[in-house]
Ligand binder design. Structure first.
Ligand code: URA
Length: 241
């Protein structure tokens, strides 16, 4: 939150109108970090504790939930050390400060969630909640049923065995295969590493769903707000675990 005048803060917290807030300040009923403040221009920010008549004034802020169809060539961090484009460049019209829920690699496309709700983000990404993520991968070579079985059993990458995952072969020929892979873990470059480990390096990777959210016909580079129903069903899903 940017710094703002105390009376605006009190008004945004829904405690009083700005004019009434000014009266409260003038009357010595407002404290900032435990000290009475009667000066009107006082600026406050997120770290300050504002109390009005002994009660904490908190900015609730509008919680927003966004589904983005990320194109390749964007990093899913707020800033990039190499000044590459970030997914935040794609949601410029959103006035709330949102951040990605988990990550997609620079060269992976597809479904990425963004929000300013830290609790939602934590729940959706915590490994114990085992939220399924579905990817469509084009891999080199012809994938056989032995590979599907290996995915089901778990694959060793980076010195650990992945949880059982599902693979469905959608099409294949001698040069390449297209497969649908469902995992619930979210380790760094996990799908790429798993495919590499079984001798089928990824040529193209796209995430098409997270839990019960699917991209549908959202075009690459486009975003939309989640509906209230979608947010609730995500939370129901993780709260059930
Ligand atoms: N697995 C990967 O390898 N890359 C992603 O972006 C997501 C999952």
């Amino acid at each position: 939150m940017e710094q703002m005048r105390l009376q605006k803060y009190i008004a945004l917290a829904g405690i009083a109108s700005r004019r009434k807030a000014e009266e409260l300040i003038r009357s010595g009923l407002v404290t900032v970090n435990g000290k009475v403040v009667t000066e009107m221009g006082t600026k406050v920010n997120d770290n300050d504790i504002v109390e009005v008549c002994g009660k904490k004034a908190k900015l609730e802020g509008n919680k927003v939930y966004i589904m983005l169809n990320k194109p390749k060539g964007y990093v899913s961090t707020a800033k990039d050390q190499f000044s590459r484009k970030t997914v935040l460049d794609l949601v410029k019209g959103v006035k709330e400060r949102v951040y990605p829920v988990g990550r997609l690699d620079y060269d992976t496309s597809g479904l990425l969630l963004l929000t300013n709700d830290g609790d939602f983000s934590y729940k959706m990404t915590h490994p114990s909640h085992k939220v399924d993520k579905v990817y469509i991968a084009t891999v080199s070579g012809e994938v056989g049923s032995d590979v599907v079985e290996k995915f089901r059993k778990g694959i060793e990458i980076d010195g650990y065995i992945t949880s059982p995952s599902q693979m469905r072969i959608l099409s294949k020929n001698k040069e390449k295969s297209t497969v649908e892979i469902t995992i619930h873990e979210g380790r760094n470059r996990q799908v790429r590493k798993m495919c590499e480990a079984v001798g089928h390096p990824v040529l193209d990777l796209k995430r098409i769903s997270i839990g019960n959210l699917t991209l549908g016909n959202l075009k690459e580079g486009q975003w939309r707000y989640l509906t209230e129903f979608e947010v609730k069903s995500c939370l129901n899903m993780v709260n059930r675990q």
